[in-house]
Design a protein around this ligand. Sequence first.
Ligand code: FEO
Length: 611
Amino acid sequence: MYCVRKVTDDLTWVGGNDRRLSLFEGVYDIPKGVSYNSYLLMDDKTVLFDTVDHSVDKVFFENIEHVLNGRDLDILIVQHMEPDHAATIQEVVRRYPNVRILCNKKTSDMMAQYFSFDVPAAVQNVKEGDIFETGHHSLTFVMAPMVHWPEVMVTYDLKDKILFSADAFGTFGAIDGAIYADEVDFFRDYLDEARRYYCNIVGKYGTQVTALLTKAAGLEIKMVCPLHGFVWRKDIGKFIEKYLAWATYTPEETGVVIAYASVYGNTANAAEILACRLREKGIKTVMFDVSVTPASYIVAAAFRYSHLIFAATTYNAGIFVKMEDLLHDLVAHNLQNRTIALVENGSWAPTSGKLMRDLLSELKNTTILDKTVTIRSSLKETEQMSILVDAVVDSMPKHAEPAAESKALDPNAMFKLSYGLFVLSAKDGEKDNGCIVNTVIQLTDTPKRVAFAVNKANLTHDMILKNGQFSISVLSQDVPFEMFQHFGFQSGRDTDKFEGWAFSDRSQNGTIYLTKFANAVISGKVVSTQDWDTHTLFIADVTEAKILSEIPSVTYAYYFENIKPKPAPQLGQQKGWICKICGYVYEGEELPADYVCPLCKHGPEDFEKIG
Ligand code: FEO
């Protein structure tokens, strides 16, 4: 018997729930099951958005038949080829032989790998920005590679402002009759499973998720229809905010995850003592025994909290196996921006501390506290623990006294500085990269010398530090906002920002620069650097400089007045705090004192209250 729910007047959920599967993808336990969502649009053309896993195909085909009510299926849009959504494509084609499949080229290539029907005959390839008319609706396509496979795209209904988001915004857990997130207390009852789904399924691809969110920020979205979990029609901004934190590896909370591996309870005892001492200092703690808690839960907690303590016994001269598996999992999921402390145990040759340190050193922007606590069999004194606890607490962000700070420092004063905006570019081997900076100044005239500061998180920073060569394209007032998105809101570590870039040339030092939207280029060689915490200050001799146009330079003030789109309420309720730099909205009464904008990385001083 069919089981469907209406989403809008002409859109119906035709998916299914599986509460019997114990391991999703054969790895992740799903005690609350999982939903496989599919949506059927009944317009002049009938359009099915993705299919489902084999486990729910019986009800799925009954659902389609019921909603079609005698009509043929005209279009199947395939956004993602992973079999939990694509397994029944061949059966759809068999039952509805006139169906046209809309998908991108990568998807149709994969489809031919999975199925034996005549894929080229059934498929119509689409590209980013193509618009497909279904009658009353216009659908457009946005490529979302690696969210979660390379072929993924999402679809936007221009009429009803619905984003069909593929795996993005999904959650583990069957939907128990409730199709909408606002039919349940999502943030109380489902957020943990949404986080566990995100971190374990697409956590590795934060850059790509951020790129999709940046594209989505330009759309007016009234509803999000993912392939797992609930449809979103309220509080979308609140969920997007969580996604931004996860995608940028920004801790949601200051607190400590203590994960321990203990064979006879002595390492567990040390972990318990650590947790007590931290709690006594007012620090939030969560604890996991890695032998009994599946890694996916600990990975999710590691994405949630700022600090991680790993305590492991030495086993076969290595790390206890369950802990080793967990640490490999964290590295594989690309966790970043954390502070880590280590505790090792060993009765005759403790080695797990060094081995854990070596393994975790692959995590980007992560500090591993210098001192590893070493236990010989069992804890005999607490001094080492106290030192570790103090080091963890000291590494946590300190909250400034607001009253004292506001008297002495008005952050808006910084906006009165009249600096410009630039694309700073560099080269490493065959790889070009560039980022937006606002810190270039001329230092001396004879010789011509400049200074600029670059955030250490930027790939361009690392390239200049390594090779010492760069070019600065001085941006001119004809530069569109999209240029700032392109060079400022994504990382060159995963994207080739200059691929297919038509307006560029090379300086004599080999670095690339812009020949459009820039009125001058200044190239040089670094002669000195200074470490300034989050940034490196580079001092450089100018080796080449030329004028490219007579269009005036962009200043920060000009950017805010004329280029940056004015914030418009788009994504759910727009009360809270808006980032004056990039327009990102934090929805909440109070902006945390240690908040960092997940898009542009500016702090609370660059936010102002709205709503
Ligand atoms: Fe739900 Fe990537 O498939």
